[in-house]
Design a protein around this ligand. Sequence first.
Ligand code: MG
Length: 389
Amino acid sequence: MKKLLIVGVVAMGAVAAQAGVYGDVPDAKHAWAVHDRNRPNPVKVTANPGQVPSDAKLLFDGTVDSFTRNWQHKKTDRKADWQVVDGAMQSVKGAGYIQTKDAFGDCQLHIEWASPSKVEGLGQGRGNSGVFLMGSYEIQVLDSYETDPSKDPNPNPNYADGQASAVYAENPPLVNASRKPGEWQTYDIVFHQPIWKDGKMVWPGSVTVFHNGVLTQDHWEMEGLTTHCNRRPLAPHATRLPLEFQDHGNPVRFRNVWIREIPSRYANTTHGGPAAKEEDVMALRRKTADQLFKKIDTSKMDAPTLAALMEVVSYAKEGVWKDEFLKHAFAYRDWVKTLDAKAQDARRGEITDLKRICNKLQKGGVLPPNCTLAAALGDICTKKGWKVR
Ligand code: MG
């Protein structure tokens, strides 16, 4: 290989600017490197204070039209006789449960609700309604304001797993964040449904609830389907089902209901997590390698091209990607050994950067421990006392 074929770059960082090998490289469970610049960025969502996020589905905006468009009786042949009053939809005794016309699975859900300002009844009879995720898992809605165990007697005694923001019949809220009867309250819920495979449960799902901004359910893994008195085990169901609100005989109001569907961790098979599949990871790594390789002019025998090829093989070191990398790596190795001390100094940034990339590739098993390119670069750095990041 003739010396002149290699055109090194002098400026510190010039190689790094062109190569994406920055953090630990992809592995069997991760298609992307740490801090991978090729990894797609998240889509933009507008989320101004107090406003519905731009990608949310607004399920109730305070109008009759919004109610009739999005809600129906749970028994779909019956009319949904809840009322829309002063911008709120209100449960009517005997009208029955209502459900969304659309079905949802894993979601972020925002709800504002208010129990009646006229306090009637005790315990489960006071301002009771409920948010039934997928029609199967109830987050309790209840006037729990006066339920206070520090007082003797407790002015509104109730069972703990039935209080406001309880996972009903399973888990009490961590604290009682209830506001006064009649005041608007918020639930912000993150829900993941149970995962089943071949009739066997892989994961029970989870629910997280913020009640008036206070964490009351912390990633609670469901134990069963909502029940009363008897424990009822989890069971497979459709992966999308309507959201339901309960009629428990009390005029509870709801407003500003919006939902965002969110991905399951089990839908992710390419970047870590419990469902990472090596074949999916490798397919994405090959796709990225291919995309990057197509942008490289391999006729250029210079350091940026070598760095770019090192990035390619960090995803997949095979076929033409491997062949071109090796060709450039051996050429650079042989050429860099010929540099005199002054020429080495002039290329300090380039040499240390390539050594840094070699280190990452060796750490990730892409290059062997006895890689001769890494050794040649390492010899210079050691002799010069140059630090390699
Ligand atoms: Mg209820």
